[in-house]
Write a protein that binds this ligand. Structure first.
Ligand code: ASP
Length: 599
């Protein structure tokens, strides 16, 4: 190699050795005579000293070095003069006194500092991603990502799984999202689709008798741009035969616990991972992916509210709505403008507003509360006893602020769920070094798409209904539960899967329920039904979002920070400038004609 050591490994033990280093100029300091270069490579930084009295020629070369130049230096490792050691640097006790140096390549002045961890506009970072990755933060994130994936591979290998690659060009079938299509040159007018996930292929591998499969798989979904989604993403895709829900969930619990111990020992995991029913999650947290690092549970207050004289509560309840709330601990002194902000938030979520009840100054117990201490527009319509009942249901104490929303049950839950998150953030209740995993179970099998007036699979159409809910498929499909589970962490869904249908008669029945006629079923999914007729074993699996998991482990706020070359929120690749137009010739080979976009 062009170097004998990395820039991160030399220390006192190497003093006296002759070494050759190569890397980038992180910083150059000219001390009138002496020149110091901080030489950087992937492993670290080493100080190089150029002394004209020791090597004149070499000092001249150093004179021409600038930030981000690629250079190679030979010299002898020496102790830094006493008092000049740098304790923050692994190599901070030594320096290399250069006797020869060459510039391997120059560099333009980078559009942002590589050697400082300062905020840089994201579009600039993405355009010059190769420079962005030279920075410590991105480099560490990519290394962490590699360690996570390696850990997963080793863990599953130890348990008898084999990794199988599945194709990227497949058939377009309705699997939940919009497909990316690839026009076929050889078959005019026909298209492949990029996989939304290897779902059908991994199930066919179970029919094929592989029993334990996994893959670090690229998935593609052509969704409208949403914050923190990528059109292509990576998942750990896994499938097993002869298993039940708990076999998969408990293996993943073990996987996460050991993974965090290995790659992120400074973070804590709460064990065991709670198993939370979907209905419970919605009731207590207003979401199926609760952040369990803090409490602030939602409580139903409808029965108490129904007894009050407060017209807003009464009319909502008369119309079949709900009144629910949460407690914001210690927030009774919230100012007008702070309350306005909360109101604005819940209005943006479809609520009419939030009714706030401030429970006076902290100290004492609820029993001591008097009406004159309570601050709320609703106070004159509620009795002191009703306020105490509400406060006690919400587990509140004097000094706390009660946040109550009335309206349609689903909206109230969702708005309080967001409000709970917001209060968690404001009050810094979520420990950034804690990973609160949980398994959400017992999801409904289907939900009604009110616009299209039809049933949609909650997970995907291959999810098995629970045995005891089978009769409901005919009478009350909305009540049937699926054998679907999610793994959530800190407010994010990081994985989801299910036990699958493995008999063609039941699979056909579910497709019919989803509104497909027999012709459509045969045309779209005939290959699956046919396979199930050749001895398909009971099977189930899961997929884990690698991008999101690494984001949480890295303490980052977006998945773009843990992807080497991500797309922007508008699905653009700024490094390559994609998507881009293609030539007339390419279009004609693909039998395509572009049409004018209708206004
Ligand atoms: N195919 C599903 C997904 O990608 C996961 C699964 O059911 O295993 O979300």
């Amino acid at each position: 190699m062009l170097k004998t050591h990395s820039c991160g490994e030399l220390n006192k033990k190497h003093i006296g050795s002759k070494v050759t280093l190569a890397g980038w100029v992180d910083r150059r300091r000219d001390h009138g005579g002496l020149i110091f270069i901080d030489l950087r490579d992937r492993e670290g930084i080493t100080q190089i000293a150029f002394n004209p009295e020791i090597a004149r020629q070499c000092h001249q070369v150093a004179n021409g070095m600038r930030s981000e130049y690629v250079v190679r230096v030979r010299g002898r490792v020496a102790a830094r003069p006493p008092g000049t050691e740098n304790t923050r640097l692994a190599t901070g006790e030594i320096e290399v006194v250069a006797d020869s140096a060459e510039i391997l390549n120059s560099s333009k002045t980078p559009p942002f500092y590589i050697n400082e961890d300062i905020e840089v506009e994201e579009s600039l970072r993405l355009r010059y991603r190769y420079l962005d990755i030279r920075r410590t933060r991105m480099r560490e994130n990519l290394i962490l990502r590699y360690k996570v994936v390696k850990f997963i591979r080793d863990f599953l290998d130890d348990r008898g799984f084999i990794e199988v690659e599945t194709p990227i060009l497949i058939k377009s079938t309705p699997e939940g999202s919009r497909d990316f299509l690839v026009p076929s040159r050889l078959h005019a007018g026909k298209f492949y689709a990029l996989p939304q996930s290897p779902q059908q292929m991994k199930q066919l591998l179970m029919v094929a008798g592989l029993e334990k499969y996994f893959q670090i798989a690229k998935c593609f979904r052509d969704e409208d741009t949403r914050a923190d989604r990528q059109p292509e993403f990576t998942q750990l895709d896994l499938e097993m035969s002869f298993v039940e829900e708990e076999d998969i969930l408990s293996m993943f619990e073990q996987l996460f616990v050991s993974m965090v111990e290995t790659v992120r020992p400074q973070m804590r995991v709460i064990r065991p991972f709670p198993r939370i029913r979907y209905t419970e999650a919605m009731e207590h947290y207003g979401t199926d992916k609760p952040d369990l690092r803090f409490g602030l549970k939602i409580a139903d207050l409808t029965d108490i509210a129904a007894e009050t004289e407060f017209a807003i509560f009464r009319s909502v309840i008369d119309n079949g709505g709900k009144v629910k709330g949460i407690t914001a601990p210690g927030c009774a002194d919230y100012s007008r403008s702070q309350l306005d902000e909360l109101n604005k938030l819940v209005r943006s979520l479809g609520a009419g507003g939030v009714v706030t009840i401030a429970l006076g100054a902290p100290g004492g117990s609820l029993g001591d509360l008097t009406l004159d201490k309570v601050k709320s527009v609703a106070a004159k319509f509620l009795t002191l006893d009703q306020i105490k009942q509400i406060a006690s249901r919400l587990g509140a104490a004097p000094g706390d602020l009660l946040l109550i929303i009335a309206g349609d049950g689903d909206m109230v839950g969702a708005a309080l769920g967001e409000l709970r998150q917001e209060m968690g953030r404001r009050l810094k209740l979520a420990d950034p070094n804690l990973l609160a995993f949980a398994c959400v179970i017992d999801f409904p099998l289907l939900h009604r798409d009110k616009k299209l007036n039809r049933w949609e699979a909650e997970h995907h159409p291959f999810t098995a209904p629970r045995d005891e809910d089978m009769p409901l498929l005919g009478s009350a499909p909305e009540k049937a539960r699926g054998r679907h589970y999610d793994i959530v962490c800190n407010g994010y869904e990081i994985g989801g899967g299910s036990l699958r249908i493995y008999r063609s008669d039941l699979q056909r029945k579910v497709f019919r329920l989803l509104g497909y006629n027999d012709d459509e079923i045969n045309q779209l999914f005939g290959h699956m039904l046919e396979a199930f007729d050749y001895g398909a074993p009971p099977h189930g699996g899961i997929a884990l979002g690698i991008d999101r998991l690494v984001m949480l482990l890295a303490g980052e706020k977006t998945i773009r920070e843990v992807i080497a070359f991500p797309k922007t929120q508008e699905a653009l690749d700024l490094t390559f400038n994609a998507p881009s137009p293609v030539t007339e010739e390419q279009l004609s080979q693909l039998h395509l004609l572009l049409r004018e976009e209708e206004e």
